[in-house]
Design a binder for this molecule. Structure first.
Ligand code: ATP
Ligand code: MG
Length: 566
């Protein structure tokens, strides 16, 4: 391809709307443009890189034995009503009606369609196991689209679904996908971790996420360097930290604490640390109100709470509900004499002589103790894990990092096959629900993550496997016939050798060409300048600082060897 013919609108300025490196670079390098919030168009260079990621995924899926097909993005409501997700998806689902008033959605994920397809087409154990996948566009009306294609509203996902006769089969299908994912992300040159993830309250026996560690990641992961444990913070189990305190158990006393409502107010008033408080929060869980207690410096993990309660909706209770349940204004809730169900975090029974709200406006209790002053049988792991916590496996020290979730693999079990009646006849002629798994990779998010991990101050530094072009030829002076002739020869030779090459023969100053080459980030740059008359060109790798003068033959050989990884 010749650069003069290519739509590659690079930008020198950092676009104000882009907060993170990959988003800025994808706009600046002319890979994509924004159409509306969370909606992007890929331009030629962006699409080329995108297709490379897609092809890596396709090859590894095919190698694993999965079969590609494609489903519509426009889906009838019936199947989602049948599975119960027409409600569950809520406002994240794009919904529309046809001219006859029938409801449709733009598929946010396709478990329902795949399950009903298998329900209709597979009757016998003989046709199982089978793993099907597609690389297809998904729609989600995300609350907060951000970071370019990292979190957008229209995005391409590779989604795969496995169908097995039994749990052992599922384990094998799951492992095959896990292995394929490792190969995919290795080939994309991503530095990633596999972490345990929440598999939800209903069904699902295991789930893992592929996380790319990055400060801009929206997911939080906990990991232990001693034993290798790694989990999403929604899932990471917390061990209670026993209090090292030899004080006797003092008598509980009520104290007047006017205008003291927040934990910060309490710290000042009592002159002690937030860890010496017991924080009571009221939640509305479907139609039930529950009180939840964690140490004052901890945060309630709402995923854990939701899973424990097995509820569909969970939110902090409104003021009116709090006032009714505690007979006090907001800020004074506590476990003593509370009239609603109480659930306490594992740490609460370990605490000694702590401060709690008194369910009386303007009052707190000090020296409260679990078991003596209040009680519940519901003692559950409810909090977010934090840096320095004990590893739930080996007791080592937990570290916390941010991560970008690029892939998710999930043992679904019979959740969808039961709901959608997807059954098969086993060897004994008995009907059984199909055992399922689902597996997703965001193609655009993977591409953006590659840029996030492979860039410098001048631009993208593409790994060869996903670079839009492998080699860029920069002709320094277009007016010089020798330079043009030699450039063209190199261009043709590289093409003949199967190298994807872009020739920058635009009528631009060399500085512009070099800047664009660095910004777009082709792995190899061959510069044809003054020494063209001697048959000498400059060879430079994008990831290295230095360049070398080489004979044309040597430069060609070096470029081919580098691209082919020889
Ligand atoms: P997140 O927690 O980031 O919202 P999710 O749990 O909703 O992700 P899944 O439903 O498991 O994601 O989707 C599978 C994959 O699809 C994700 O691992 C991610 O790579 C990609 N993905 C999900 N939502 C988006 C989005 N809004 N934009 C781009 N890619 C996405
Ligand atoms: Mg999501």
């Amino acid at each position: 391809m010749k650069a003069s013919r290519l739509l590659m609108p690079t930008l020198r300025q950092v676009p104000a709307e882009a907060e993170i490196a990959s988003h800025q670079l994808m706009l600046r390098a002319g890979l994509m443009r924004k159409l509306a919030s969370g909606i992007y168009s890929f331009l030629p260079l962006g699409l080329k890189a995108f297709k490379k990621v897609e092809n890596i995924i396709r090859e590894e899926m095919d190698n694993s034995g999965a079969q590609e097909l494609i489903m519509s993005a426009l889906l009838p409501s019936e199947i989602y009503i049948e599975s119960g997700r027409w409600e569950v998806f809520g406002p994240e689902m794009f919904r529309l009606q046809d001219r006859g008033g029938r409801d449709f959605c733009l598929g946010p994920t396709h478990e329902e369609v795949f399950t009903t397809t298998v329900r209709n087409e597979i009757k016998s154990y003989k046709a199982l196991p089978v793993t099907l996948y597609q690389i297809q566009t998904k729609y989600r009306d995300e609350i907060r689209p951000r970071f370019g294609v990292m979190r957008c509203r229209e995005f391409v996902m590779k989604d795969a679904y496995s169908f097995d006769r039994n749990e052992e089969g599922l384990d094998q299908s799951y492992q095959a996908m896990r292995d394929a994912y490792c190969k995919i992300f290795d080939r994309c040159k991503l530095d990633y971790s596999i972490v345990q993830a929440d598999s939800g309250a209903m069904g699902g026996s295991g789930s893992e996420e592929f996380m790319v560690k990055s400060d801009i990641g929206e997911a939080t992961l906990a990991f232990c360097n001693d034993c290798g444990y790694a989990a999403n913070d929604e899932k990471a189990q917390c061990k209670p930290v026993p209090e090292e305190n030899n004080d006797p158990y003092y008598t509980m006393e009520k104290e007047s604490t006017p205008d003291v409502k927040t934990i910060e107010d309490l710290e000042k008033f009592f002159n002690c640390k937030s860890s010496q408080f017991g924080k009571t929060l009221l939640y509305q869980a479907d139609d039930q109100v529950v009180a939840v207690m964690v140490r004052g410096d901890r945060d309630v993990n709402e995923t854990k709470l939701k899973n424990y309660l097995r509820c569909a909706d969970l939110a902090l209770a409104d003021e009116e509900t709090v006032v009714k349940a505690t007979s006090a204004q907001v800020g004074f809730a506590g476990p003593v004499g509370l009239k609603v169900r109480l659930i306490v975090d594992l740490e609460i029974p370990e605490m000694k002589n702590f401060i709690i709200g008194a369910n009386d406006t303007g009052y707190h209790y000090k020296n409260a103790n679990f078991g003596r002053d209040f009680e519940t049988k519901e003692i559950v792991d409810l909090r977010n894990i934090t840096e320095g916590d004990a590893c739930p496996v080996c007791g080592g020290k937990i570290n916390i990092a941010q991560g970008i979730e690029v892939g998710h693999i999930f043992k679904l079990g019979t959740k969808y096959s039961e709901a959608l009646n997807c059954r098969f006849l086993d060897e004994n002629g008995k009907e059984q629900p199909v055992i399922m798994g689902s597996y997703g990779i965001g193609v655009g998010r993977t591409l953006a993550s590659i840029i996030e991990q492979n860039h410098d101050e001048n631009g993208i530094v593409w790994p060869v496997s996903v670079a839009p072009y492998h080699v860029i030829i920069v002709t320094v002076n277009n007016a010089d016939e020798q330079q043009m002739a030699l450039s063209e020869k190199i261009y043709k030779d590289l093409q003949a050798k199967g190298i994807e090459v872009l020739w920058d023969e635009r009528n631009e100053r060399p500085g512009v060409k070099f800047k664009d080459a660095d910004l777009i980030g082709y792995p190899v740059r061959l510069t044809v300048g003054k020494k063209a008359s001697e048959g000498i060109v400059e060879y430079k790798l994008r990831k290295e600082e230095h360049y070398t003068d080489m004979s044309v033959e040597d430069a060609l050989a070096a470029a081919v060897a580098f691209v082919k990884g020889i």
